[in-house]
Ligand binder design. Structure first.
Ligand code: SF4
Length: 387
């Protein structure tokens, strides 16, 4: 089957770097010469720089990265798999993380003190992770303390959060989770407290609580850090079992119930496969729900001729479609839906970062302070010890 590219929008094209937006260019730091995207020698330059560095460099590529970058990854995977892969390579002096900022932080936390983690473009952040700032989360926790419930609340943070938030969770007897083990993490938490404070993705928290743990939507409340008291009454907080932080993924949050109904009408027999960062109404209307790794495995195992509408980042869906031409694989939304920050890492930035390393300079190094790293590691180790 042929891959049909979703239609582009002016915004999407801008997000892909085909224009400039001064408000989103903050933090871009490329001292020296960033090669032009049109440079025909980029692929050769990346190859040469990697070869010159040899085993001293290890390049990690998240599943949502562009093809032009993924071709140079020594390993591909989701954020947690990549951090573990980095930790399993103690001989690699430099870890070049083709992903976003919180992933590079996790790699720094899990690797040794001598390994240096490089993010080719510092503007590659994550809008979801940025929705939970430490100062806001600490304010909410003080609120729980005043209300007398903090002792009953176990904080759980999704891997897609800053090191600060992972550190907060580690300090307060909580745990990190991924989209693969969120159910196990919630079971662990409810054995230790009567309430869970789930950060920063409301959708993963709600979907796991309701669809896997048997809680009701009424058991879940939404804590909005921009409203006094989180926008909740004391009684709502006292009654709640899941206190969900008001954060979401701007990529997965775009899929709607309409997109599910539309594809079902257009493609009879289609299987709808979505990520649990999608809205509850989308997840409940889908046939299959799971992490990025789960989505890849489902498509690999699907019979030839079957049809799949996939609700996750477009780079990954396109790669799956091209890798499985015997199956009909389409994007769940009609419009393009890239992770704009992931797409910040392009071939010119990768070439620049590698060539800087060859020249003996370490560009865009990501470091987490020792205290935060210690407690974040505590929360990550608790996750690793989950059954
Ligand atoms: S896909 Fe969503 S959660 Fe992942 S990096 Fe992009 S904005 Fe963050």
């Amino acid at each position: 089957m042929t891959w049909a590219e979703p239609s582009s929008t002016a915004t999407a094209l801008l997000l892909l770097g085909r224009g400039t937006d001064p408000d989103t260019e903050k933090g871009v730091e490329c001292p020296g010469d960033l090669p032009a995207p049109s440079d025909p020698g980029l692929v050769e330059r990346a190859r040469a720089a990697k070869a010159a560095l040899g085993d001293r460099v290890f390049v990690l590529g998240h599943h949502y990265q562009r093809d032009e970058v993924i071709q140079f990854a020594d390993v591909t995977g989701d954020s947690f798999k990549l951090a573990r892969e980095a930790a399993a390579r103690p001989d690699a002096e430099y870890i070049v993380f083709c992903g976003v900022h919180f992933m590079a932080e996790s790699a720094d936390i899990l690797t040794s003190a001598t390994q240096r983690v490089v993010l080719p473009d510092l503007a590659a952040g994550c809008s979801m992770a940025d929705m939970a700032a430490l100062v806001q989360v600490e304010k909410a926790w003080e609120h729980f303390t005043r209300l007398g419930i903090a002792g009953d609340v176990v904080p759980v943070t999704y891997m897609n959060s800053t090191a600060d938030i992972k550190g907060f969770v580690g300090r307060n007897d909580g745990v990190v989770c991924t989209s693969s083990n969120a159910e196990t993490a919630l079971k662990w938490s409810f054995e230790r407290g009567s309430k869970v404070f789930f950060l920063p993705d409301q959708h993963l928290g709600r979907n796991t609580a309701v669809l896997k743990m048997g809680l009701t939507l009424q058991d879940c409340v939404l804590y909005d850090p921009h409203k006094p008291g989180g926008g909740l009454t004391d009684q709502q907080l006292l009654d709640a079992k899941m206190i969900l932080w008001r954060g979401h993924c701007s990529v997965h949050g775009r899929f709607t119930l309409d997109s599910v109904e539309d594809v079902r009408a257009r493609v009879p027999g289609v299987n709808v496969l979505v990520h649990p960062e999608c809205k509850h109404e989308v997840v409940t209307a889908a046939d299959h729900v799971g992490s990025t790794e789960y989505i890849i495995r489902m498509i690999e195992a699907a019979p030839a001729g079957s049809a799949w509408a996939v609700g996750t980042e477009l780079n990954l869906v396109r790669r799956l479609a091209l890798a499985h031409p015997d199956k009909q694989i389409m994007f769940l939304d009609k419009n393009v839906c890239y992770c704009s920050t992931m797409n910040r890492i392009d071939l010119p930035h990768l070439v620049w970062a590698l060539e800087e390393l060859v020249a003996g300079r370490v560009p865009n190094e990501i470091t987490v302070d020792a205290d935060t790293a210690h407690y974040a590691r505590v929360a990550l180790d608790r996750m690793l010890a989950l059954p």
